[in-house]
Design a protein around this ligand. Structure first.
Ligand code: BMA
Length: 828
């Protein structure tokens, strides 16, 4: 049997004449931080002071464990090196690397010392800038939306800075490293092709082995076992699909072969289907493969969890253009998505617990699809394991974003190797539903003057339309591929044509106003977003000692978008009088973000099935920053997060224009029809009901229905004092004929009561006036405090209970503290 020895201990990082203790997996920045050599680059403007780290070369050292191995071969295996490195064993170079997104295996047989003195292992990293500059000199300059040279090196692009991220160019052994001792043969590639046909699940495993010379041509057996692994996610929502009562499967099969490749297949009768969350459960199967020699001795093994489901992407043409609809197990799905960026600009710091927290937060926001964006990384296996369990569909970008990428060597081979390795690594995961060629590069070529600048040079098209779809088809033909986001399906249409395929809606944030979302009917809104600052406690931690202002030095440093604050201010000024007071500014920019995204999602969900998905830019952050995220860099939820819970719920009530007038629309993504009576009230700003009626409203299962609001119930167009309230089954939709700026908001007035419970405090707010977008910023009470809800609008007389955890409300000042942490829309 193969013998595996992890090499995570005893590493040092050489800095000047010192050998600092080093974490493996880890990176230079986090080691220097732990040793006190650099300040925390996430705080204040320290990022600038540590710029030198990314420009320097670095050396990691350890020694190989003493002791002999009886095996024929010893391999030194790195799951990931960041990025340009020379690996030395006993002073001899055993390999060089230039791709963060690949693993590396070096044959070091006979070099590891045996009974002799300990053998040194060193990894020497050349600055990513040096490597990128060298490749650029070789292949020639290409256009890029950002100033840094990330398209000349296969390394996480956003490490070089992004419009939400700091420039912290890492180096290091960012994934595990180990010695593998083996004899005769080992599994070099295991590719499970999982399909389901008329209820029968099929696992066809393509096995590739590497053999030693003594093992060449000898008979081998690959034994496969597939067993039900239960429902690790444990969700059992009312989803309309039934849990399979079939006896738990335990299927075995095997194949004997004497070459280097074989296929072993197993069938699971009555396979329990894996569903996206909200559509059914997430039953998983344990899939184990054992490689044996002719004597039956085990040489190597592999195991992963799989799930049975079919997935297709329907891109057929119709009377509206070209669709883009995910179809899982035959069910057409409106994707309630978010874009994912690396959760830390130092990805080696992201623990499994942190992945679980973040992805669980996504599910709490009602999300069912995560797009792993192309300027980041192919995430760790843990990420996809958790998505499998939670029923989160994953759309995975290949790692190309916002630049023209050269197709010459040495990049081309790296891209191909990286693609094959990662498609193979991720294909066991039921959650993975789509591969995407790139982020915005087909669009950039057409619209951002690249075409002219390139004057015929390669720019990546050969990857997106040639190499990558071929790699997916050859490696994992069970999954759909799309060439880009956005992409209209061919050059026949503009790459970002909303009527064809995926589109990104950025004009709205960059230049116009979020009400413009209402003019758009994308077939699939793969990116759209609105900025807001992070939570108050996050800012307080990130900007110690700074007097906070919208344009204070630290605030501007932690805002990376071009004219970001200008866009925030102008976007706010279209709806509210921009306050001078920081706390009000902070609250209102967060309100505006939530309003913007809700406007888009409500409108687009109401257009199902013409529009088949919304993927919000962006779920998370990689450091404390003002950005488009719903969860900030310290993991705190912005009001947008809570708003997503409302607009991504299975049942959403919204007011949209139908036949030229306001209608109440029921978006029903649940498995059961939604027949209800909606109470519609025409109200005055002072809370008086001017007219009222009960209307029938119904939407079939997984469909949309509407009822037109009769004229007598409509607030006067342009009225600053009237609005519409629609209530059904605990959902509420509001419609104001004018913008907040113009509306006659009363001065907010309410009663406040605190009720202390074991482990939580209930904040009960009872409205005396109309309270628009009431928000309790719990982190102002205590940095750890968390409220269970975000923006709430109350009519006079109504009350809400906000549950606060992480704060004990001790002392006399508790009520006053809550009053100071409560915000609502005020008269202009
Ligand atoms: C899109 C994304 C990112 C970017 C975001 C906000 O272009 O793909 O590149 O961060 O918009 O500008």
């Amino acid at each position: 049997m193969k013998d595996v020895a992890p090499l995570s201990a005893g590493w040092t990082l050489r800095h000047e004449s010192a050998a600092l203790p080093a974490e493996v997996p880890g990176c230079v920045h986090t080691d220097l931080l732990a040793a006190g050599v650099i300040p925390d680059p996430f705080l204040s403007r320290n990022e600038k002071d540590v710029e030198w780290v990314g420009r320097a070369d670095w050396q990691y050292d350890t020694v190989l464990p003493a002791g002999d191995s009886d095996h024929e071969r010893t391999d030194l295996v790195f799951d990931g090196l960041d990025t340009a490195a020379t690996v030395m064993v006993g002073g001899e170079v055993v390999g060089r690397t230039r791709n963060m997104h690949r693993g590396y295996r070096f044959d070091v047989s006979g070099m590891t010392g045996g009974a002799g003195p300990a053998v040194p292992l060193s990894v020497l990293f050349t600055s990513a800038y040096t490597e990128a500059d060298a490749v650029r000199a070789q292949v020639g300059e290409r256009p890029n939306s950002y100033p840094e040279p990330f398209q000349y090196i296969r390394k996480m692009a956003c490490s070089f800075g992004w419009d939400w991220g700091p420039t912290l160019v890492t180096a290091g052994i960012w994934k595990p490293v180990r010695l593998e001792h083996w004899s005769k043969a080992r599994l070099s590639d295991v590719r499970p092709l999982v399909t389901v046909d008329e209820g029968t699940g099929r696992v066809g495993i393509r096995v590739a082995v590497e053999r030693t010379s003594s093992g060449a041509g000898r008979p081998l057996t690959a034994e496969l076992r597939v067993r039900a692994a239960g429902h690790p996610g444990g969700s059992s929502a009312d989803t309309g699909s039934s849990r399979s009562d079939a006896a738990p499967a335990d299927v075995r099969s095997s194949v004997s072969f004497d070459g280097t490749q074989a296929t072993v297949t197993a069938e699971v009768a009555d396979a329990a289907l894996w569903w996206p969350r909200g559509y059914g459960e997430q039953p998983l199967y344990e899939c184990e493969l054992v490689l044996r020699d002719a004597s039956g001795a085990e040489l190597d093994s592999w195991s992963r969890r799989i799930g049975f489901r079919t997935v297709a992407l329907d891109t057929s043409a119709d009377e509206h253009g070209t669709g883009f609809t995910l179809v899982v197990n035959g069910e057409r799905i409106f994707a309630r998505g978010v874009n994912w960026i690396p959760d830390d600009v130092f990805p080696s710091r992201i623990t499994p617990e942190r992945y679980r927290t973040r992805l669980t937060q996504a599910t709490e926001a009602g999300v069912d699809l995560i797009r792993v964006w192309g300027g980041g990384i192919y995430e760790s296996d843990v990420f996809y394991d958790i998505c499998d369990e939670l029923g989160l569909m994953v759309w995975q970008d290949f790692l190309f974003a916002c630049a023209a990428y050269p197709e010459e060597q040495p990049l081309r081979s790296e891209v191909e190797a990286e693609a094959r390795e990662n498609v193979t690594r991720l294909m066991p995961h039921a959650s993975l539903v789509l591969w995407n060629g790139n982020n915005e590069n087909l669009w950039g070529f057409r619209d951002w003057q690249w075409e002219e600048e390139l004057a015929g040079d390669s720019w990546g098209e050969g990857y997106y339309l040639g190499l990558l779809p071929r790699v997916v088809a050859e490696t994992d033909p069970t999954r759909p591929y799309t060439a880009g986001s956005p992409w209209s399906g061919s050059w026949d249409h503009h790459p970002n044509d909303p009527a064809h395929g995926t589109s990104h809606s950025w004009e709205v944030w960059n230049r116009t106003d979020y009400t413009d979302y209402l003019e758009q009917t994308p077939r699939f809104a793969a990116e759209f977003g609105w900025q807001a600052p992070p939570a108050y406690a996050t800012l307080r931690r990130a900007l110690p000692g700074e007097e906070l202002a919208a344009d204070s030095p630290g605030m501007l440093h932690h805002q990376k978008a071009a004219d970001g604050n200008g866009k925030l201010e102008r976007g706010l000024a279209r709806h509210f009088a921009v306050p001078v007071d920081f706390d009000r500014w902070h609250y209102l920019t967060q309100v505006n973000q939530a309003r913007a995204i809700a406007t888009g999602i409500e409108h687009w969900r109401a257009q199902w099935p013409v529009c088949a998905g919304t993927v919000v830019w962006q779920l998370n952050d990689c450091w404390p920053v003002t950005s488009w995220s719903a969860i900030d860099g310290d993991g705190r939820r912005k009001p947008l997060f809570h708003e997503l819970r409302r607009v991504y719920a299975d049942r959403l009530l919204t007011v949209q224009t139908r036949n030229g007038g306001p209608a109440v629309v029921a978006v029903n993504q649940s498995a059961r029809p939604w027949h209800t009576e909606v109470r519609v009230r025409r109200m005055a700003a002072d809370g008086k009901v001017l007219a009222e009626a009960a209307l029938e409203l119904s939407a079939p299962a997984r469909a949309v229905g509407h009822t037109v609001v009769p004229a007598a119930l409509l607030p006067d167009a342009g009225s600053a004092e009237e609005f519409l309230v629609a209530d059904a089954d605990g959902s509420r939709a509001l419609h104001f004929p004018v913008r907040d700026l113009a509306f006659a908001w009363p001065v907010p007035d309410f009663d406040l009561e605190l009720v202390r419970h074991e482990g939580r405090v209930d904040v009960v707010v009872t409205a005396r006036t109309l309270l628009r977008d009431l928000l309790l910023q719990a982190d102002r009470l205590a940095p750890e405090a968390v409220a269970d809800r975000g923006l709430v609008t109350l009519l006079p007389g109504e009350s809400v209970t906000v549950e606060v955890r992480g704060w004990d409300a001790a002392g006399d000042g508790a009520v006053r503290a809550v009053r100071e942490a409560l915000f609502a829309v005020e008269p202009a």
